[in-house]
Design a protein around this ligand. Structure first.
Ligand SMILES: [Cu+2]
Length: 388
């Protein structure tokens, strides 16, 4: 083990302790807050439906097979039956990923080997039961903070796993929406792990599916998960990206670049071109596509060039009515959002972060390849470019 990794582990251990202390403090604050809330809550307030361990043990259990983004796990848009316990498994993989065609590479910190980590889909009031595995081939300690969950730093305080350890966390998906999850081992390790790829998203659908503001169902024919990632790679004196032997070895260099708040790369699904060309997202004219977009660290603004956001939950909350007919929507750093669009014309669409510098110079662009019949009513070239 080299010195950097050892130092990292020490730093990580300190962070773990500080994170644990923070969790303890959090519990106290929560207690105070909840007793204050109890005193202030009128008797008419709706009771919170808490299940006993016995009741939870009696719920049906299903295993969700997670898949690499942009694809989504098999799921029902409208829940069948009552709440379930949905078992998922995330295995942490520290691995080299090539980020562009100029040879930039990173020791990515990943959930299940992809950046972003896999999309999880459940329904409101389901229980998510996560097994988090940190194989002993890894160098670093990790954990997971689910923005969809309630308590203990989003589960972060209960899921610290060193190499060679695994743990199981259960949380109730009480909020309907799309939410980020990410590694948050404590202190500086939090942004370091997040900008090395350790983030993903969960979609908690309302049990009766998505609705417009009139309460009419919104359904989709396809769904894709686009995870936007900012990376902060260091260069050597010759202007070449530095390569490292092990995960964590770039720690000091990376922190210097991170402190500039200027990413070297801003990409969709892990690397420049991960969703363009042969990897384009597919759809047909007439199909409604749900596009889920997450950014665990930095604000962004998705835009479908040549299309729109028909229904948009830009904050990610399915409790709120969707906005309609948007050209560009805002996703706050540390959040995920969702939008549907029903394609009306065939062709190649670029789906971009509409800071166009970030899209074109940094890499935040995807393609939709759409098949179908062109509609001259919506657009036609009346005269081809010809000499004046
Ligand atoms: Cu981590």
């Amino acid at each position: 083990m080299n010195k950097t990794v050892k130092n990292l582990e020490n730093a990580s251990r300190r962070n773990f302790l500080s994170a644990t202390a923070a969790v303890g403090a959090g519990f106290v604050v929560t207690e105070v807050a909840s007793s204050a809330a109890k005193a202030a809550t009128p008797q008419t307030a709706a009771p919170v439906s808490a299940k006993t361990e016995k009741e939870i043990a009696a719920l049906p259990r299903i295993k969700q097979e997670l898949v690499a983004p942009p694809f989504m796990p098999k799921h029902d848009q409208v829940a069948k039956g009552g709440p379930k316990v949905v078992e998922i498994r995330l295995v942490i993989k520290e691995k080299i990923m090539v980020l562009d065609d100029e040879g930039a590479e990173i020791w990515a910190l990943t959930f299940n080997g992809s950046v972003p980590g896999p999309m999880i889909v459940v329904h409101q009031d389901d229980y998510v039961e996560l097994t988090l595995v940190n194989p002993d081939t890894n160098a670093m300690e990790h954990n997971i903070d689910f923005h969809a969950s309630t308590g203990a730093l989003g589960g972060g305080g209960l899921t610290h796993v060193s190499p060679g350890e695994e743990c199981v966390l259960r949380f109730k998906a009480t909020k309907a929406g799309v939410f980020v999850y990410h590694c948050a081992p404590g202190g500086v390790m939090i942004p370091y792990h997040v900008v090395h790829g350790m983030n993903g998203a969960i979609m908690v659908l309302p049990r009766d599916g998505l609705k417009d503001k009139a309460g009419q169902p919104i359904t989709y024919d396809r769904a894709y998960y686009i995870g936007e990632q900012d990376y902060y790679l260091a260069k050597d004196e010759d202007g070449e990206y530095i390569k490292y032997e092990t995960a964590g070895e770039d720690y000091a260099d990376s922190l210097q670049v991170m402190a500039t708040l200027t990413p070297s790369h801003i990409v969709f699904n892990g690397a420049v071109g991960a969703l363009t060309g042969d990897n384009a997202l597919l759809a047909n004219v007439g199909e409604t596509v749900l596009m889920i977009h997450s950014q665990a660290n930095r604000d962004t603004r998705p835009h479908l060039i040549g299309g729109h956001g028909d229904y948009v939950w830009s904050t990610g909350s399915f409790t709120d009515d969707p906005q309609t007919g948007l050209e560009t929507w805002f996703i706050a750093g540390g959040a995920a959002g969702a939008a549907t669009y029903t394609f009306k014309q065939p062709g190649l669409y670029a789906y971009v972060n509409h800071n166009l510098i970030e899209a074109v110079l940094k890499g935040a662009a995807a393609h939709f390849k759409v098949e179908g019949k062109w509609d001259n009513d919506l657009m036609m070239q009346v005269k081809k470019p010809t000499a004046i």
